[in-house]
Design a protein. Structure first.
Length: 172
């Protein structure tokens, strides 16, 4: 994914559509070094929603996050990979929508672990996932598995100048 296939201006006050580059550049520069909390929304097997905070990072035009194998989030994604991830970046509230894919490729795990370490999380590749000196208490024991969300759609609402609101679609 490089550029959206379609942009829709959602602003109702006359501001122009926001460029995707604004959201993409904020993700690239603020993760993993800023103190950001991302929220992953998934769907339970009975259709009820579930949301949980995660540490996520933007690497090579995709959003990565981890989950313990026994968590509600991981069980939901195993049954239905559709999810959303929301975050407040500096000047932009952003929601990404798409399908999360569990990643086990050693080269990708190493690359993403290195980026996590740049931000201070001591991730190392371990048994097809990650291990570290710290993980959320609710995550269960390592390994913590890596998921990649390549957005199919994103929605951004600017809370700093230049203001505006846009939806970006990345599928044909």
């Amino acid at each position: 994914m490089t550029e959206p296939t379609k942009t829709k201006n959602l602003d109702q006050h006359g501001a122009p559509a926001l460029p995707w580059s604004r959201a993409r550049d904020l993700l690239a520069t603020q993760t993993p070094k800023e103190d950001l909390t991302f929220f992953v929304g998934t769907v339970r097997p009975d259709g009820r929603p579930h949301a949980a905070g995660v540490g996520a990072i933007w690497v090579d035009d995709a959003l990565y996050f981890v989950s313990g194998d026994g968590t509600r989030r991981a069980r939901n994604l195993a049954a239905n990979p559709a999810c959303s991830v929301s975050v407040r970046l500096k000047g932009l509230d952003l929601t990404l929508e798409g399908e999360a894919e569990r990643i086990s490729d050693p080269a990708t795990l190493e690359r993403v672990a290195a980026v996590y370490r740049e931000g201070g999380w001591t991730a190392t590749v371990y048994e097809g996932g990650f291990n570290a000196t710290f993980m959320a208490p609710s995550a269960g024991p390592a390994p913590w598995f890596l998921y990649r969300l390549v957005p199919a759609r994103a929605i951004g609402v600017a809370c700093a100048e230049p203001y505006g609101a846009s939806r970006w679609d990345f599928t044909p």
